[in-house]
Design a protein around this ligand. Sequence first.
Ligand SMILES: O=C(O)CCC(=O)C(=O)O
Length: 245
Amino acid sequence: MGIQTGAELKETFDRDGFVIIRSYLSPPEVTEMRAHLDHYKSEIRPNLPVGPLGSMKNMNVHHDWFRSYLEAGRHIELLKSLLDDDLAPDGVIWNDKPAGMDPTFPHYDALGSYREPPSGISLWIALDSIDRSNGCLSYEKASHLKRFEPTYPLPDYDTNNPNAVTVEVEPGDAMIHGALTVHWSNEIVDRRSRNAMVYAYWGAGSKVESARSARSTSAYKAGDVILLRRCWSPREGSPAKPAHA
Ligand SMILES: O=C(O)CCC(=O)C(=O)O
């Protein structure tokens, strides 16, 4: 498939619940993101409470580059148009699958939402070649149009269902999925590194639910940072800045 226009991406996103953008990052952009990840792992993580081996959440809290990518990266306008909403950032996550880590079991992201309705969208970016042997992601096409139990992992979920799509990726490839789309990572048989970054957002049209937000670890759980959609005028040149409401 060639490069999809914004309208085609929106049609695919609305129909399937996810889109794949090959070579979303250029090789220098992959190198840059990886350098910030390496810096985070070597300089920041050692000073934080010990967390799971192959995953870090809320990286935006401790690292300006990741916070600014979350709040003002060039993907923001695309995500707003796919979701048809302003964005409320949730956090930056890194995932690898070293020995001892579980695969990502079938789930949908709205399960972790502290907003109602739990609409949301995530940008997932591969920094390595990730295929069937080292834990690539699969999606259930059109699962965002169905309703599943609010349980992680989804009980009795058939990962071989006819709508399952397995997506092998190269460094810089990206996927964007909605918060109701069921996805999981495939079983790892080859322990090659499998670095992936996730930039997660809720639809800002939803309301913060105070009981659930009290349990969230997101730095944005108060809901006071909104990335507003905007109308462009020919005289404007610079990208949108986040509004701290
Ligand atoms: O990278 C993974 O294995 C998990 C990704 C995920 O669940 C997500 O982006 O919502």
